[in-house]
Design a binder for this molecule. Structure first.
Ligand SMILES: NC(=O)c1ccc[n+]([C@@H]2O[C@H](COP(=O)([O-])OP(=O)(O)OC[C@H]3O[C@@H](n4cnc5c(N)ncnc54)[C@H](OP(=O)(O)O)[C@@H]3O)[C@@H](O)[C@H]2O)c1
Length: 313
């Protein structure tokens, strides 16, 4: 379980800023990290926390466009569950006007995961259809909105479709149970074609069903393994339909690659953030002193959206 402690105050190295964290969010990677099952990438903070928002308090050499006092959210390789964190400047996102600091803290990991995997890995374009599994979570909710804004048709699947009904107002056009008949139901909903892209946020045994919901030359981007790490696949289907199966991890990517992703995301999404057409759902917010409860809530509370922690100065 996570525990609070003292660590050395971070210093802004070249190309970095130090952020005074006012809010941070919990991710499944943090749950694994505190159990010793997902160590941070080499050279990164050993403190968990993949995203945060607050004010910049110091700026390292070579940083342009950011000053102390600016409010920002940050995509992190770690270190966000603390009062201060050092952030490569390319991983900062200006706090959208009208957003709470909690909403801003809940944005970077979900939004950049959705962006990378829908757009860069999944090559989703307007008019195509995407099926998102595990859509009731932090990443899924933002992915539904982003896919809608890309002009795609959005279908969602989960073990409890009733929970997914809420996603219709965010753009989901179809809601399906993750069951044996998923491929036939999805085909029926797509005029027999199947979907162009599956964004699989859960993995596990139902991967074969998701693959069978793809149309010819469809892509499946595997992002999460919350439902398990083993699956049995019909490889004949993969050949016959000329499918592509892509695995994707954000955290271990280089700072340069993350900066490119953040810039690409903001070029498309900044106006949508300002209009609140793309906004994470903060399911619950905890005080910093109760961060262990926040971890437990993500693990067993089945939140619909993000779990956030507020840090008062
Ligand atoms: N590869 C990457 O770079 C990357 C980045 C960020 C996140 N991730 C991973 O992506 C996944 C989603 O992240 P998140 O932040 O959205 O997590 P989250 O908020 O915890 O949401 C988890 C989702 O998975 C579903 N789920 C949980 N257990 C399931 C099971 N046994 N079978 C089917 N569905 C199940 C939940 O649905 P219910 O409504 O049914 O509970 C919910 O929709 C996680 O596995 C996370 O680790 C990967």
């Amino acid at each position: 379980m996570p525990r609070l402690g003292e660590v050395a105050e971070p210093v802004a190295g070249p190309g970095e800023v130090v952020l005074a964290v006012r809010a941070t969010a919990i991710n499944r990677a943090d749950l694994l990290q505190v159990r010793g099952r997902y160590p941070p990438p080499q050279g990164e903070s050993g403190v968990p926390g993949l995203e945060a928002a607050g004010e910049i308090v110091s700026v390292g050499s070579g940083v342009e466009g950011w000053r102390p006092g600016d409010r920002a959210a940050a995509l992190l390789a770690g270190g966000g569950h603390a009062q201060r964190v050092a952030v490569p400047a390319g991983q900062l996102l200006a706090l959208p006007r009208g957003w709470s600091v909690e909403e801003a803290a809940a944005l970077p990991e979900a939004a950049l995961t959705a962006w990378t995997n829908l757009v860069v890995e999944g090559v989703l374009v307007a008019g195509q259809t995407v099926l998102i599994s595990g859509a009731s979570g932090g990443v899924g909710i933002v992915a539904v909105q982003l896919a809608r804004e890309l002009g795609a048709h959005v279908l969602v699947a989960g073990r409890d479709p009733e929970r997914l009904e809420r996603l219709r107002e965010l753009g989901a056009e179809g809601v399906f149970p993750l069951a044996d008949d998923l491929p036939s139901r999805v085909r029926a909903a797509t005029g027999g074609r199947g979907v162009d892209l599956v964004l699989d946020l859960v993995g596990g045994a139902q991967l074969g069903r998701l693959l069978a919901a793809l149309g010819a030359r469809g892509r499946l981007v595997l992002v999460g393994l919350v439902a398990g790490r083993r699956a049995e696949l019909d490889l004949e289907l993969v050949l016959r339909q000329r499918l592509r199966l892509v695995g994707s991890v954000l955290r271990s990517r280089s700072r340069g690659e993350k900066a490119e992703l953040v810039a690409g995301f903001l070029a498309f999404a900044a106006p949508l953030l300002a209009l609140r057409r793309l906004v994470p759902v903060v399911e619950r917010s905890f005080e910093f002193g109760r961060i262990a409860e926040a971890y437990a809530h993500l693990e067993v509370g089945r939140p619909f959206g993000k779990v956030v922690v507020r840090i008062d100065d």
